[in-house]
Design a protein around this ligand. Structure first.
Ligand code: FES
Ligand SMILES: [Fe+2]
Length: 385
């Protein structure tokens, strides 16, 4: 899991004045809107005893109160009130939680999960269809019991479609993938791939009187976890942006925004959502049963073909970022039914302004003696609490 990126953590329409818990990189966050509509993203772990702020309520000047002992936090993460303290007793400077920069773009709430200053942060990708009135969007999500890099690579993998999606858009009679060229930059890669799909069925089939033999599908990725799939149907364009949100090492929440410029009435949304769901239900058992569960760090650990070039480009780029120290150590995210003694907390940018407090924002009692090692070739950088 890579930190120091903007992650789309929730659909914008799902974030309201009611505190909402979301999970990413194995960490829980609380999202809520201020009275002026701007979204706040705080670590969901109260620094006092680890209460979940998302179970609390909004108080005062856009703050949030922990449900356990009522400590109140401002949107910048500073504790502003400790109800148990007698009048006149100060609030410790250490009493604060990480607050993450937030942007709202393309119908999603994006949180910057890392501590880089603004000018060093990788960009949020540009999704031009969002502001184009000829497109209509649907919003879809599904949880998958697989690592997010497996689900991510699955969607940039054109060669699996005839086999996994042979009953939908894959064509088992035409499995060859012609060579394609990759374009991109440090944060993205894409390719135009020539596929030979079967004729569309159902509602969409009614629209396609002519049927081209091949279609160009633009497929690609944006770091850290987004896949774009642009399918040119005979009657219009379908563009999916697929966010593979790492809930934990082993679970992924796939959130998809799907744009289409045909059948743009709301009446066709259900049909579009059903098609997306059908495709994911075909992929799900495949990725849930891939072994090893985690993507190898070493390129040589799996066999790659020319048709796997987009995945290879991703693995190379990921390697460089791991060497830069952007990998989140996942051993510190306790899972399963054993006692949970640790929790991941990604450092936020404000820690750079208060370096003397860098280790203080999470309670040491649970982190200082945390058992367990680190992934040897991916040194953990995160703070534990
Ligand atoms: S755990 Fe949050 S106030 Fe005590
Ligand atoms: Fe697939």
């Amino acid at each position: 899991m890579l930190k120091n990126f903007w992650y789309a953590v929730e659909f914008a329409h799902a974030v309201t004045r009611a505190p909402r818990r979301v999970t990413c990189l194995g960490q829980d966050f609380v999202l809520y809107r201020r009275r002026d509509g701007r979204v706040v993203c705080l670590s969901d772990l109260c620094v006092h005893r680890g209460g979940a702020l998302s179970m609390g309520r909004l108080v005062g000047d856009d703050g949030i109160a922990c449900p356990y002992h009522g400590w109140e936090y401002a949107p910048d993460g500073a504790c502003t009130k400790i109800p148990a303290n007698p009048d006149g007793r100060g609030i410790p400077r250490k009493a604060r939680v990480d607050s993450y920069p937030v942007r709202e773009e393309y119908g999603m709430v994006w949180a910057f999960l890392g501590d880089l200053p603004e000018e060093e942060r990788p960009p949020i990708p540009h999704f031009p269809q969002h502001d184009d009135p000829s497109f209509r969007a649907v919003y879809f999500e599904m949880e998958i019991a697989a690592n997010y890099e497996r689900t991510f690579e699955n969607v940039v993998d054109a060669a699996h479609t005839p086999f996994v999606h042979g009953t939908s858009f894959g064509n088992p009679d035409r499995p060859q993938i012609p060579d394609f060229e990759i374009t991109g930059d440090d944060w993205s890669a894409e390719a135009d791939i020539l596929l030979s799909p079967p004729p569309p069925k159902g509602l969409w089939g009614l629209l396609s009187r002519t049927r081209p033999d091949t279609v160009v599908v633009t497929n690609g990725w944006y770091l850290p976890n987004i896949v774009k799939l642009h399918v040119r149907l005979p009657f219009g364009d379908l563009i999916l942006y697929d966010h593979n949100i790492p809930l934990s090492r082993d679970r992924t929440l796939v959130k998809i925004v799907g744009y289409r410029n045909f059948f743009t009435g709301g009446w066709a949304d259900r049909n579009a959502l059903r098609r997306i769901e059908k495709i994911l239900l075909q992929d799900r058992p495949i990725v849930e049963n891939q072994r090893p569960e985690l993507l190898p760090f070493d390129l040589a650990d799996e066999l790659h073909l020319r048709s796997d070039a987009l995945q290879v480009a991703y693995r190379r780029r990921r390697r460089a970022l791991i060497e830069r120290g952007w990998w989140v150590g996942d051993d510190d995210t306790a899972a399963g039914d054993g006692p949970r003694r640790t929790a991941t907390v990604i450092p936020s940018p404000a820690r750079r302004d208060n370096p003397e407090l860098a280790r203080a924002w999470t309670h040491r009692a649970r982190g200082a003696d945390a058992p367990g090692g680190r992934t040897p070739d991916a040194p953990a950088e995160e703070e534990t609490a």
